[in-house]
Structure formats: C-alpha cells, structure tokens
Design a binder for this molecule. Structure first.
Ligand SMILES: CC(C)(COP(=O)(O)OP(=O)(O)OC[C@H]1O[C@@H](n2cnc3c(N)ncnc32)[C@H](O)[C@@H]1OP(=O)(O)O)[C@@H](O)C(=O)NCCC(=O)NCCS
Length: 187
C-alpha cells in the first residue's frame, strides 16, 4: 500500500469525498456496520464543499487515483453554510478548552473524517491527522470537532491521536449524545 497524503487539488477530489461520504452515511449502511465501523452524520451540499475546499483545502489520502480517506478543514466562517452544524457552532462559542475561550478564536472545526473500508486499521487515520496538523499549524492553534458517543471506533481513534473530550451533551431533537473534542496543533 503506497498512500500519499496531500490536500484537495480539484473538483474530482471533492466528488470522491462526496462519494465516500455517501457510502458511510447511515442511509447506506446497516445499524451493525454503523456500530462497529462508524458512520458520518453530515452530507454536504456539493457547491458548499467545493467552496470550502477552495478556501481551505482539506486533507486527503490517495492510493493512486483512489481516495483512501479524507479529513475536512472547516473554518468558522463556513459554519452558517452547513445549517445542520449551526447548533454546534453556537455551542462552541460558549465553551472553554485549556483555559481558552473558544469565542476568542485560534481554532477550526475538523468537519468530518472518513477512511474507506479497505484502508481501515492501517494507519491512514493517523496519517491524515499528521498531515492536517502540518497543513493547519501556520493558521490555527487547535482543532475542534464533535463525535457521536455511539461511534466508539471514531472516539477511540481520535483519543489515540491526541484529542481530548471537554464537553458532552445530548442533541435536544435527536437525543444523540455528542462528545466535543479538541487537540492542540503544536509540533
Ligand atoms: C472512524 C474511522 C475514521 C477510523 O479510522 P480507522 O482506520 O478505522 O481507525 P483505526 O483502525 O486506526 O483506529 C480505530 C481504533 O478504534 C478501535 N475500535 C475498532 N472498532 C471499535 C469499536 N467498535 N468500538 C470501540 N473501539 C473500536 C480499534 O481497536 C482502534 O483502537 P486502538 O488503536 O487502540 O487499537 C473509520 O473507521 C471510518 O471512516 N468509519 C466510518 C466513518 C466515520 O465513522 N467517521 C468518523 C465520524 S466522527
């Protein structure tokens, strides 16, 4: 396996992200697969994802022409563009991580991470985050995201690369319990 870690280069990369995202949405997988392998919650509008990647290219893992995984960079200004994430952005403004008020900035949201099934458990997740740290360090101090508590695989993988949970809350509508996690980008 010869994986190359890079950033989104063109619209074809964005299309591959959308395909992998769709394949890992609960509408495309069984409950058992979601439980054991994880799942994504958000489905992005193609034009929003394209604009987001033009502003801040996301990190991707490529095996030749094939997309092995992605890690989305979502700066705060894109919060209003993905309405389903609006409550999360509102909440983040009220939180503190390691004595830093999030409303003071210095962070971005990791908008979604996914590793294609054939590449799981082989270090691609860690490779994506190593690249993300390098790419984003010049512009940000830390990265924030939230993970559904029932996505135990994702929670574990994020903990392993250095994320720490600093807030847990249930979504008022769905009851889904979310872990808000952060990781510093220092070398
Ligand atoms: C979540 C995901 C990105 C992780 O990538 P990955 O390559 O599978 O992750 P890894 O195999 O490197 O790490 C998974 C860790 O969870 C553990 N794990 C695996 N299945 C698990 C489960 N059902 N419950 C708890 N832990 C689990 C593994 O043992 C490993 O931990 P370890 O290193 O301590 O042994 C990937 O599985 C994926 O894309 N899933 C579908 C989409 C998704 O869930 N995205 C995240 C949205 S927040």
């Amino acid at each position: 396996m010869d994986i190359r870690y890079t950033t989104v280069q063109d619209a074809q990369d964005v299309r591959q992200i959308l395909d992998l995202q769709a394949a890992n949405h609960p509408s495309a997988i069984s409950l058992e697969t979601a439980r054991s392998q994880g799942f994504v919650t958000v489905r992005h509008e193609p034009d929003v994802l394209l604009r987001m990647n033009r502003a801040y290219p996301s990190v991707i893992a490529k095996d030749g022409d094939r997309l092995a995984g992605y890690c989305l960079v979502m700066p705060r200004e894109f919060g209003p563009e993905v309405p389903v994430l609006a409550p999360m952005f509102d909440l983040l403004e009220t939180l503190t991580w390691r004595s830093r008020l999030l409303r003071d900035g210095g962070w971005f949201v990791m908008g979604q991470v996914c590793v294609a099934e054939a590449y799981r458990g082989q270090g691609v997740f860690d490779g994506l985050y190593a690249k993300l740290r390098n790419v984003c360090r010049p512009n940000f101090d830390f990265v924030v995201t939230e993970i559904a508590e029932r996505n135990a695989r994702s929670l574990r993988a994020h903990e392993r690369v250095g994320f720490e949970t600093f807030h847990v809350y249930p979504d008022a509508t769905t009851g889904e319990v979310w872990h808000v996690v952060a990781m510093g980008l220092e070398a």
